[in-house]
Design a protein around this ligand. Structure first.
Ligand code: NAP
Length: 489
């Protein structure tokens, strides 16, 4: 497949990194692979610490002027960028489907979801209000102001190659920060295409920089150890998040860490079972299960277990697996061999410990990294799925007895990103929402994320929030001015 042949706007594929307003190469390059076909679809610059420092210097050089603009002026650049993303949605979806494997229609959906954050923060930047605080002494006032943190580094994963960037960059830019972004090795093309459109939107040179690399630890270390970088915003695994947090200690950076999850999905006996099945299928199988907030541990109350499993089986049987460019496909392949092996390992471990396969359970006949939509029952706490996100199209079903049992099981994890439950009892909605240790709760819905909501986790799922008014605060520092001598003498 020649990717550019599929695009209307071929300029979206410069296959270069973007530093200080210039499209740049490196001495080496690395290949980008289509996970559906294993074909090489592009080669991009393989950068290291040196180029990362160039990008940081560029962002530093641009910071003063960018921060000095009014929020309305910065918002105008974001609005142009937003419109260009919408205008190029089909091409951006095609690029994403080619490098990530998800169906084109789902990829376009991600582009549109991500674009909403650009629009939201174009406006929200205007509302970085301070306070006038009543004081305890006569003749004084305390006034707060919010100011941009400074140069921000951003590291994002492959599972949402566009939206993970647009959840971070717009609030940073709206706040007056400049940015250096490092996309995942598997999916640099969506990041580059977004930068092409940002350039067209007219962002001044150095405000946005994109460094591509197959040596993420070298680039990450350069970002973390730089004293110029005042904030790191990372989305990815908890393991890498902890490494980066340690590396940022010496320079005392502000941190946002959007990390792994192990979401419980609880179906109470009084739930609308059809709605619960629908919510689970949407949340679990989207992006082939490679979603940080995907339900991982599905707890179903004894009394409705068999009915739920039967209805779930009927719904999952309809899911079509295939190439992202095939219009019939509902889900694509797993991102790479390591992803496939992890899913296989979780399924085998469950079977070895007594689980039952209701549907699927093995690599799909299409080969490569395609995996069958799978349902397992008879899950127990000793199985790997109970403590680790599978990151694949496997619905693993556990039983529970009563409300307290469900809450205890849901909280029995080091993670705390998303949690879901279905019940028709309004009192229970409140009790369970308050009792579950997670940053995001879906009560009678499997769909929780939008630009107006503060996305993020607790416990080992991270620190900070993306989206909403709270997402802007992540890129602002609060300063206060204590003023004396106000009373007339
Ligand atoms: P990952 O290995 O942690 O990678 C995420 C990013 O970090 C990639 O850009 C990766 O680059 C980079 N990276 C890896 N090692 C690094 C290092 N030592 N120093 C600096 N950067 C480094 O995560 P993943 O397995 O690809 O992505 C899936 C994970 O992300 C899952 O755990 C998922 O739950 C989580 N996630 C969380 C959220 C959220 O909002 N909470 C959203 C989506 C995904 P390379 O890939 O090029 O090595």
């Amino acid at each position: 497949m020649i990717l550019s042949d599929k695009l209307t706007n071929k300029s979206l594929l410069p296959n270069k990194a973007y530093i200080n307003g210039k499209w740049v190469d490196a001495s080496k390059s690395f290949d980008v692979i289509n996970p559906s076909t294993q074909e090489v679809i592009a080669s991009v610059p393989d950068m290291g610490a040196e180029e990362t420092h160039d990008a940081i210097a560029a962002a530093d050089g641009a910071f003063k002027d960018w921060a000095a603009k009014t929020a309305k002026e910065r918002g105008a650049f974001l609005k142009k960028w937003y419109q260009l993303i919408l205008d190029n949605r089909e091409d951006l979806g095609i690029i994403m489907a080619a490098e990530q494997g998800k169906p084109v229609k789902e990829a376009i959906g991600e582009v549109l979801y991500g674009a909403e954050f650009v629009e939201w923060f174009a406006e929200e930047g205007k509302r970085a209000y301070g306070d006038v605080i009543p004081t305890t002494t006569h003749g004084s006032r305390v006034v707060t102001m919010k100011q941009p943190v400074g140069v921000c580094a951003m590291i994002t994963p492959w599972n949402f190659p566009s939206a993970m960037i647009t959840r971070k960059m717009p609030p940073a830019l709206a706040a007056g920060c400049t940015v250096v972004s490092k996309p995942a090795e598997d999916t640099p093309l969506s990041a580059i295409a977004l930068a092409v459109l940002a350039e067209e939107a007219g962002f001044p040179k150095g405000v946005i920089n994109v460094v591509t690399t197959s040596h993420s630890s070298d680039v990450g270390k350069a970002m973390c150890e730089s004293d110029i970088v005042r904030k790191l915003s990372f989305t990815g695994s908890t393991k890498v998040g902890k490494i980066l947090m340690g590396q940022c200690a010496d320079t005392m950076k502000k941190l946002s860490l959007e990390l792994g999850g192990n979401a419980p999905f609880v179906v109470f006996g009084d739930a609308d079972i059809d709605a619960a099945v629908k919510g689970l299928v949407a949340g679990k199988f989207r992006n082939c299960g490679q979603v940080c907030i995907a339900p991982n541990r599905i707890y179903v109350q004894d009394s409705v277990h068999d009915e739920f499993v039967e209805k779930l089986k009927a719904a999952v049987s309809d899911i079509k697996v295939g190439d992202g460019f095939d219009e019939d496909s509902d889900i694509g392949p797993l991102i790479n061999q390591a992803g496939l092996e992890k899913v296989q390992d979780h399924v085998q471990d469950a079977l070895d410990k007594g689980a039952t396969v209701v549907l699927g359970g093995k690599q799909h006949k299409k080969g490569a990294t395609f995996f069958e939509p799978t349902i397992l029952t008879g899950m127990t706490d000793e199985m790997k799925v109970a403590s680790d996100e599978t990151f694949g199209p496997v619905a693993s079903i556990f039983k529970f007895t009563d409300e307290q049992d469900a809450i205890d099981k849901a909280n029995d994890t080091i993670y705390g990103l998303a949690a879901y439950f279905y019940t028709r009892d309004i009192g229970r909605v409140w009790r369970v929402s308050e009792a579950i240790e997670a940053g995001i709760i879906g009560a009678n819905t499997g769909s929780t994320s939008s630009e107006v909501a503060p996305f993020g986790g607790v416990k080992h799922s991270g620190i900070g929030r993306e989206g909403s008014k709270y997402g802007l605060d992540e890129f602002l520092e609060i300063k206060y001015v204590a003023m004396g001598g106000i009373e007339e003498s």
